[in-house]
Ligand binder design. Structure first.
Ligand code: ATP
Ligand code: MG
Length: 416
């Protein structure tokens, strides 16, 4: 894409009304637009990042047999009454609305009830299980404090998956398979080394713990205790001598750290299926309870985490796996030659943002650093004289040179 055609622009100065680093940078770079605190629209570059994260999540969920659906945001009250969750005292931060005739509706903040309701049209035999359903969709939560940019949205993107199993044994197998996939997702996003499976409160329906996935960060709201050797952690909220003993964790091995919850998986037992009257018939034709699991990933929160953690004082630094474009081609008054390189890279399928604007070099460099594409390819008069182009790695700052030849440049990125 040509930057002269991109309708968004960068902003040089810090924003007074935005305290979080991720929102500061993402807004200044033109990736997101703030509607109100905790509610952000995605502009072209931001949407490309979000979609790249979704793609990774989707690929990994499909790889464990997940079937993608899209549930609705507007939800009827009756199914939530059956599980005793319509009451605001039980589910806090819920947005609700009304039909013209006064009928109350819930605005989707999670989807256990609707998914069970939908599945009940199809599920009746032991032969139907196990299976996993998921969606990647906007969730709405009336969060009290929404001051952390994409880290805590009032409207945000979540991947939520739900499994349906015949018994606990089958559930445990599905559960561990999906947890294993979570590691792959965080690895592919470049967060693997600083993200820990963390024992946390399981909710009121099960004596079992839930598993949070916590990415270490000073801006995190959670305190977790990390056992580095075991690569496991326990959330402060369940940090008791009794639980430590139960989990085989030793106080002396644990170090307190701050974390951001980037995922959470739960054992739901048969709480929702029983409450909504969904059972199955076993081999003998007898009615049995269905065991569910649910598995969330904070998709837009992950974008905020990556923006926040990988940035430097010049701006954003995107990992190649999710960058809006891999290459930022900067033409310093050399649009003709740069156009040739741009065409060759595009033809070879290398994603490139071409800064063809009539602005000075300083502005181009500052914008490229702020926007954070992994590679900056500079076509300047001086480099042309030396018969080469300059390639700067945004993350490391390392500079190398490639011969001034479109096919050499294409080859470089194809082999990288
Ligand atoms: P938190 O404790 O951060 O409020 P939660 O435990 O209420 O989150 P879950 O219901 O477990 O959230 O949601 C699944 C995932 O969705 C979380 O692990 C998190 O990554 C993400 N998430 C939850 N709330 C938000 C939010 N307000 N903004 C962005 N992402 C969120
Ligand atoms: Mg959670």
């Amino acid at each position: 894409m040509k930057q002269s055609k991109l309708f968004t622009k960068t902003q040089k100065d810090a924003l007074k009304d935005e305290v979080s680093t991720n929102a500061q940078l993402l807004i200044r770079a033109g990736f997101i637009h703030k509607e109100i605190a905790g509610v952000y629209a995605y502009m072209p570059l931001g949407l490309r990042v979000l979609e790249n994260i979704k793609k990774i999540v989707r690929e990994e969920m499909n790889a464990v047999g997940g079937q993608e659906v899209m549930m609705t945001t507007l939800q009827p009250k009756d199914i939530w009454e059956k599980t005793d969750r319509w009451d605001d005292a039980k589910v806090d931060n819920w947005f609700k609305t009304k039909l013209v005739n006064g009928t109350e509706l819930g605005v989707g903040l999670t989807h256990e009830e609707p998914i069970v309701d939908a599945v009940s049209n199809y599920l009746n035999s032991y032969k139907d299980m196990p299976f996993a359903v998921y969606q990647i969709q906007n969730k709405f939560r009336n969060e009290l404090r929404a001051k952390s940019g994409l880290l805590r949205g009032r409207e945000f993107v979540m991947k939520d998956m739900y499994t349906f199993c015949r018994n606990h044994e089958q559930h445990d197998q599905e559960y561990e398979k999906i947890v294993a996939t979570y590691y792959k997702v965080y690895d592919r996003l470049g967060l693997g080394a600083i993200t820990y499976r963390t024992y946390a409160d399981g909710g009121i329906f099960t004596p079992r713990f839930s598993d949070e996935f916590q990415t270490l960060s000073e801006v995190g709201e959670d305190t977790i205790y990390v056992d580095e050797a075991k690569r496991i952690a326990i959330n402060e909220e369940i940090y008791t001598d009794e639980n430590l003993a139960k989990l085989g964790l030793n106080k002396s091995e644990l170090v307190a750290k701050k974390g951001i919850e980037v995922g959470n998986t739960f054992h739901l037992e048969s709480k929702y299926t029983d409450a909504l009257g969904l059972y199955y018939k076993d081999e003998k034709g007898e009615k049995q309870s269905i065991i569910m699991g649910c598995y969330g990933i904070g998709v837009s929160r992950l974008m905020g985490v990556i923006a926040e953690l990988f940035a430097d004082d010049k701006g954003l630094i995107w990992p190649e796996a999710i960058a809006p474009f891999r290459v930022h081609l900067l033409s310093l008054n050399q649009n003709e030659k740069a156009q040739e390189i741009y065409d060759a890279l595009n033809a070879a399928g290398v994603e490139v943002l071409f800064d063809d604007r009539e602005v000075n070099a300083g502005v181009k460099f500052a914008d490229a650093d702020l926007m954070g594409m992994p590679f900056q390819l500079v076509v300047s008069e001086k480099n042309m004289r030396d018969n080469r182009v300059e390639l700067k790695n945004r993350k490391t700052g390392a500079v190398e040179y490639i011969p001034l030849d479109s096919s050499e440049i294409v080859k470089y990125f194809q082999n990288k």
